[in-house]
Design a protein around this ligand. Structure first.
Ligand SMILES: Nc1nc2c(c(=O)[nH]1)N[C@H]1C(S)=C(S)[C@@H](COP(=O)(O)O)O[C@H]1N2
Ligand SMILES: [Mo]
Length: 456
């Protein structure tokens, strides 16, 4: 440092001295980044704002470890949900993703709560980690503004990956939250953005973990979590200064212990968890589920559970669903038409099945109706490979769905006429709706008008 006049012209506490430490391996010539350092733009590299005595590699690594455990689950369940939608039928969003997908497979019907689990984990965990993401960003904020921006090729790669990582996660949070809040207001563009954003984020995440894992492990070992949880604010000392650039060079007195900081973040996550759980757990917790708009509109009596889109909103008329209603069974030698009384006269099956919406809520009810495989046999297609279900709903994005063969042939795959011992209400799909184990809610078509079974 001696001989470098520029550094001496500033008081050390005015700068976020990127700790010089060792020269980076394969670094740019020292002269070069010194020159860059001297041209520090105002606002970058200044430490005055970053004086928390809590910042340091250990605290950052604790948040990092939590995210390292949680985010892969969020990523995998998100990609699985895409598969659950039936991309092979072009009914996942976005439709054509080229090679950017997990290998396609037929989404199973068992366990019946499979989609409820993947969808619930994706949305629920995705929301719960938000406070941890914010905390992690807070803990590394001096690094994001450090100067010089990079001292080696490796650091350039790292900084670029950071840009995609931080930008990626904020983008996924924003589009994800908008998805579950305003699904129907904005249409599908959010899904497309969310899907491609997820891959950008995932790539950056993998690079980041690869680069940082050894540092994280070392930092986690540098202090004992137990000891930290017993340390009061008065006894809180900064982590020892090191090359990480995270520890404040001029720390102020602690206003919070590390225990307090961890508690604050954990409390934030728990709060989000309570707000989120209501949509799925149901019962009295439902009042708290205000992150989910549709989680709060429901029917009455036996049909008292979430209504996604009301009959009125879907412009369903009595002419369409009244006594004149007929179900058309297509795909066989000739079309078969049945009225509701004839359907009710067929052998009925009852099953307790969840309805799980991509918006994050789910609700388990007792459904009864005619097994879809009996209807396939009635249509003259006893071993269908797919079935296309169409609603009498004329407009709207969810008035049809294609089901896989296994989703038709599962014994509990129903054209439901009743729920919880009562006829379906108009809002829940009267005269008949689809309900299939582990099928995403969006494909549980309401106000069914026809089912076309296909043998090939
Ligand atoms: N015809 C039709 N069926 C539909 C929909 C729709 O908009 N139109 N919404 C779907 C969605 S997204 C879900 S989550 C479920 C919700 O069913 P519910 O309103 O009975 O709870 O219905 C599905 N069936
Ligand atoms: Mo849904």
């Amino acid at each position: 440092m001696a001989g470098d006049g520029s550094l001496h012209e500033r008081k050390p506490e005015d700068t976020h001295t990127v700790p010089i430490g060792e020269e980076p391996r394969y670094g740019f010539p020292r002269k070069l980044w010194r020159a860059v350092e001297r041209r520090r733009p105002p606002g970058l590299g200044a430490t005055k704002a970053w004086r928390s005595p809590l910042r340091g590699p250990w605290l950052t690594s604790v948040f990092g470890a939590v995210l390292l455990a949680a985010l892969p689950l969020v990523i995998i369940t998100g990609l699985l949900d895409f598969i659950a939608y039936g991309p092979q039928f072009g009914q996942a969003f976005p439709g054509n993703v080229g090679w950017l997908h997990l290998p396609y497979f037929d989404w199973p019907t068992r366990p019946s709560w499979l989609f409820r689990l993947t969808q619930g984990l994706h949305v629920g965990l995705g929301l719960v980690v938000i406070p941890v993401v914010v905390a992690k960003l807070w803990s590394v904020v001096p690094k994001l503004f450090s100067w010089p921006p990079a001292r080696s090729i490796a650091e350039i790669v790292e900084r670029l990956s950071l840009l995609l990582l931080v930008g990626g996660i904020l983008f996924e949070i924003a589009t994800g939250v908008l998805n579950i809040q305003y699904d129907y207001l904005f249409g599908f563009s959010f899904y497309t953005a969310h899907y491609y954003g997820a891959w950008v984020f995932t790539a950056a995440f993998v690079v980041h973990v690869t680069l940082k894992l050894p540092k994280m492990v070392r930092a986690l070992r540098s202090r004992s979590l137990r000891a930290e949880l017993r340390t009061s604010r008065a006894d809180t000392r900064p982590e020892p200064p090191d090359e990480s650039g995270l520890v404040a060079t001029a720390p102020r007195k602690p206003t919070l212990s590390r225990r307090g900081a961890l508690g604050l973040v954990a409390g934030g996550s728990a709060f989000v968890a309570v707000l989120t759980a209501g949509q799925t757990v149901g019962g009295f917790t439902r009042w708290a589920a205000f992150l989910l708009p549709r989680g709060r509109s429901y029917g009455s009596g036996p049909t008292d559970f979430q209504i996604n889109r009301t009959a009125k909103a879907a412009a369903i008329t009595v002419a369409q669903t009244g006594p004149g209603w007929r179900l058309s069974l297509l795909g066989g030698p000739r079309p078969v038409q049945v009225d509701r009384a004839s359907l009710a006269a067929l052998p009925q099956r009852t099953a307790e099945l969840p309805l799980a919406c991509v918006e994050g809520w789910s609700s388990t009810q007792t459904w009864s109706g005619v097994p879809l495989r009996d209807l396939a046999a009635l249509a003259g297609v006893p071993a269908p490979v797919t079935a296309v279900v169409r609603s009498v709903e004329r407009f709207g994005a969810f008035n049809r769905a294609t089901l896989q063969g296994n989703q038709v042939l599962d014994p509990d795959a129903l054209l439901a006429l009743r729920v919880n011992g009562a006829d379906l209400s108009p809002d829940h799909g009267f005269p008949a709706r689809i309900i299939v184990p582990a099928l995403p809610g969006v494909h549980c078509t309401k106000w069914v008008g026809s089912i076309e079974f296909r043998a090939v």
